[in-house]
Write a protein that binds this ligand. Sequence first.
Ligand SMILES: CC(C)(COP(=O)(O)OP(=O)(O)OC[C@H]1O[C@@H](n2cnc3c(N)ncnc32)[C@H](O)[C@@H]1OP(=O)(O)O)[C@@H](O)C(=O)NCCC(=O)NCCS
Length: 264
Amino acid sequence: MMAMPREDPPPHGAAAAPDQARLTQAVRAVLDRQGQAQTLPPDIRLRLAGPEDISVLTALNADAIREWGRAGLFMPMPEAFFGEMIRDGIILLPERAGKVQGYSIAFPAGGGHPPFLPADGHGKTGLMFGTALDPALRGQGWQLRLIRLRLEAFQEAGFAEAQSTVSPFNTPSLRNLLRAGFCVTALKTLLDKHPRFVLQHDFGRTVTTGPKHGLPLPQNGDLPDHAALLADGFVAFGLEKSKPVTLFYAARRHQDQGTGCPPT
Ligand SMILES: CC(C)(COP(=O)(O)OP(=O)(O)OC[C@H]1O[C@@H](n2cnc3c(N)ncnc32)[C@H](O)[C@@H]1OP(=O)(O)O)[C@@H](O)C(=O)NCCC(=O)NCCS
């Protein structure tokens, strides 16, 4: 399981280097297309982070954790971690008037970064998590845009699936991952010892099928009923921002061509 970075990050995973290069090339191609199609708001530029950006990234991370005012909803990320992500993956930065307004991480599983869930043998796994936006950029659909951009890049770089993790209690982020076609497939205590949903997007190899089960999602606790449904092979594909928040589960089946878990 991916551990928090050691002070002396492991040498660049020989396995990851070609995948990292392919992912970087794919992200650049996706950003070029976005630029040509002018799909991004004109005042925002998207670029890739370099080592010179690490201090801004750690500040955005610390601010987001402070705002949540509760541990476990967003993972603390030290400078070494951002250094490893820039070396082994990519960090996308929305920038306005030269000021970095957030970050979003993606990297190939392999090298020093095992997948969150055993890969399903269909090919390479991409890992994505850790988006933090300046409050000035929030509520405008940016996280969903950054999720879709990274998915497009992974698919373009020949990855067979993407995996992500999120706290079950981080409703805005969980909702955006489900909107982008991810499914919750597991509940684990990961990384910083807090419960996390693990989500998969397999670019269409599976779809949900059969009756839908809505399950209230309390805003804390260890979620035994959700853990039981997931252990029985059900996946969560949608969320309703009702009181309490409701997560919708269904069985999953493979199909030749589809859209992953159908977005709600
Ligand atoms: C979680 C996060 C990435 C969502 O990104 P986003 O692009 O703002 O997402 P959305 O545009 O879908 O907005 C989500 C909700 O944020 C709320 N929101 C709007 N403006 C906001 C603001 N300035 N501050 C906080 N929340 C705001 C809205 O209620 C919106 O809910 P709605 O869709 O019911 O209106 C962002 O809130 C953030 O950076 N949070 C701190 C770090 C974090 O928790 N990251 C998630 C890692 S898993």
